[in-house]
Ligand binder design. Structure first.
Ligand code: BEZ
Length: 212
């Protein structure tokens, strides 16, 4: 059975562009964005890894760090990093796992044989500090991901954990959020949401973003 949201993120030991990674130890108390890409020296992947490197400060603000994976070897990753840095005007600042033996790809079901049986598709796993999988996103090889969306999802998850709210469709940081349906006690609502709330329906209660 494949992994699901809420499952414990499998631990692994694998080589990377920054040396051997023991995944859980490397993750520490951080949120982690573990993402696969099909291959080194390919155009879409080059832009994706550049975009991720350029978001390092945003990840850090959220206590998150990124780690990439493909089935190419360490030497290939190291050669490709020079191209990413030069063409995407960045410095790759996170490890790229060299999953030649497919340890990670198999644990996380990143190879979808009807797309390609030799390399990983574009999977994203957002993992919380308790090592729980909180989000899974899968894109085909030909579509580069929106890494600002990954940051937006981390914001949403952290709001849920810290303030008992959910985020509505197309929500962006700073916009109103939704009080979790499980919060029903009026006294608790008053205490948790001092900025007030609007009840559009008993199940649809919106409140200003609590951490703004
Ligand atoms: C790319 O990264 O550019 C790519 C890889 C495989 C198929 C299509 C595009």
């Amino acid at each position: 059975m494949g992994l699901r949201i809420g499952d414990k993120a499998p631990d692994f030991k694998q080589e990377s562009s920054e040396g051997t990674i023991n995944f859980h130890e490397w993750a520490g108390d951080n949120w982690v964005v573990l993402f696969s890409h099909p291959a080194d020296f390919t155009p879409v992947c080059t832009t994706e890894l550049g975009a991720t490197a350029n978001l390092k400060a945003e990840f850090e603000k959220r206590g998150a760090k990124a780690i990439a994976v493909s089935v190419d070897p360490v030497e290939s990753h190291k050669g490709w990093i020079g191209d990413i840095n030069e063409t995407q005007n960045t410095t790759v600042n996170f490890p790229i796992l060299a999953d030649e033996n497919r340890t990670v790809a198999e644990l996380y079901d990143m190879i979808h044989p009807n797309e390609d049986d030799a390399s990983t598709v574009r999977s994203v796993f957002i993992i919380d500090p308790n090592k729980k999988i909180r989000t899974m996103i899968t894109y085909p090889k030909s579509t580069g991901r929106n890494f600002n969306e990954v940051v937006r999802v981390i914001d949403s998850l952290q709001l849920t954990d810290n303030y008992s709210v959910a985020t509505p469709a197309n929500w962006n940081d700073g916009e109103d959020v939704i009080i979790l349906p499980s919060i029903t006690d009026p006294d608790v609502i008053k205490e948790k949401f001092p900025k007030g709330h609007k009840e559009l329906r008993p199940y649809l209660r919106v409140t200003p973003q609590p951490n703004r």
